[in-house]
Design a binder for this molecule. Structure first.
Ligand code: GCU
Length: 437
């Protein structure tokens, strides 16, 4: 069973106090005391993805694929997200519910419980899958984590109400760290299930907190204890934090999707919003089975360049969310220039696979321009692998999607996932998935 963080009065006070600032997705605007002025961005030099650790240039696709790529991946593991322990866990898939006639017969629904066991610990994650019913062959699919349980992404009343700990959010019916029936469909506007199905795609989602609750509890719950060595009580300074655990959960979900022959597991797009966008990027970097990767407003520690210190900074993110990255990432608080990588190199790890980065003009905390620049500076790696990337030098106008194998848009509005974003992702997936077949 998952061990839950104790609902101590201290936790409650701390969470309540921060409720309107950093903890609730969507409630964030622009905390004071950070830079939102382009002219105040400090001068910085980005590390070159195409120069290896001993200082030699990387001139061929073989050198990137055979050596430099794993070097860059290793740097992100060591200094940012933490290494994912190599050990195996015992996995068991249980179909808990299915229905071949949902949404007036237009879709099939499956709810699958993924059980993970090791070291005397056990956790379970519920994967909710919708597939278009009229499909004539295996369907491509979007996979993403959600913030408050599968039942929040749809008004479909048959979706299991999540029972696990989650951040309280009374406005959407999450009270005392538990979802109530009032939270059904609370985030349906962010997940246009019927549109996705109509366009010929499946959708799979799971609650991030099933893999690891989003709280700084010393890693006593969630997946981490399943991997502890004898006597170990928390991850070492270079071992995984919560974002990497979520990325692990996405890969384990893909393992399951591979077992269903009505799904085309070679055409799975992994996506995520905000903190879950950071996790989607790390999942896409580590697991090359993901055919397409989408970052929605992922910001600091996601698609945005850290060295710009625009909006959220490394120090701030490590202070508000000390559990997200590896312990060693704290070394870079206020010392962005010492990092051996920057986030353009994370995007480069997706190459030659298509990657899409989406920003929102009002979401200055996530640094839209920094997200664009990371996409742009990932381009040399795509070029080396024979793919055209963004194809533009300057920040594009609002609501104008750009790019080829690297896609980008900045839309009007706030930190959120909108229909406009989804339409672009569906178009991008159509273009790349169809082109391949
Ligand atoms: C906070 C955090 C961001 C994160 C966001 C979210 O604003 O500072 O890094 O992306 O929450 O996940 O909604």
């Amino acid at each position: 069973m998952a061990i839950l963080p104790p609902p101590t009065p201290f936790n409650r006070i701390r969470l309540a106090a921060s409720l309107m600032t950093v903890l609730i997705p969507g409630a964030v605007s622009q905390p004071a005391g950070f830079n939102y002025d382009e002219s105040a961005v400090p001068a910085y030099a980005l590390p070159d993805p195409l120069v290896n650790l001993v200082g030699d240039p990387v001139n061929t696709a073989e050198q990137w694929t055979g050596q430099r790529r794993s070097e860059v991946l290793g740097l992100f593991a060591e200094h940012v997200y933490g290494h994912t322990p190599p050990g195996a866990v015992d996995v068991h898939h249980e179909l808990t519910e299915s229905n071949d006639h949902v949404f007036d017969g237009r879709a099939r629904r499956q709810q699958v419980r993924l059980h993970f066991r090791a070291n005397g610990h056990e956790i379970a994650a519920d994967l909710l899958i919708y597939l278009p019913r009229t499909a004539t062959g295996p369907v491509p699919l979007f996979l993403g984590l959600n913030f408050f349980g599968n039942h929040t992404i749809t008004t479909d009343p048959e979706v299991h109400l999540n029972q696990n700990w989650m951040r309280s959010n009374p406005e959407i019916g999450v009270v005392d760290h538990r979802a109530t029936a009032d939270s059904r469909g609370a985030y349906a506007r962010r997940w246009p299930v019927e549109l996705i199905l109509q366009r010929g795609y499946g959708l799979a989602t799971l609650y991030s907190g099933d893999i690891d609750p989003d709280v700084d509890d010393g890693f006593q719950n969630g997946v981490h204890p399943l991997f502890y060595a004898n006597g170990q009580t928390q991850p070492a300074a270079n071992e995984w934090g919560t974002l990497a655990a979520w990325a692990w959960g996405l890969s384990r979900s893909l393992d399951y999707l591979e077992t269903d022959n009505t799904i085309d597991a070679s055409r799975v797009a992994v996506l995520g919003h905000s903190r879950l966008g950071k996790a989607a990027l790390w999942a896409g970097a580590r697991d090359e089975r993901f055919a397409l990767v989408i970052s929605n407003n992922s910001g600091c520690g996601g698609a945005a360049l850290s060295r710009r210190r625009f909006g959220e900074t490394i120090e701030r993110i490590n202070t508000s969310f000390p559990h997200w990255f590896c312990g060693g990432h704290q070394r870079y608080n206020g010392r962005e220039d010492d990092l051996p990588i920057d986030q353009h190199m994370l995007l480069a790890l997706m190459a030659p696979r298509p990657v899409y980065v989406a920003s929102a003009v009002e979401d200055l905390w996530a640094d839209p321009r920094g997200e664009f620049l990371a996409a742009r500076h990932a381009e040399p790696v795509y070029a080396l692998l024979g793919r055209s990337g963004l194809g533009i030098e300057n920040f594009p106008p609002v609501n104008q999607p750009v790019g080829d194998t690297i896609g980008y848009h900045v839309r009007t509005g706030k930190h959120d996932v909108t229909i406009y974003d989804w339409q672009r992702y569906l178009d991008f997936a159509d273009r790349h998935f169809t082109a391949r077949n």
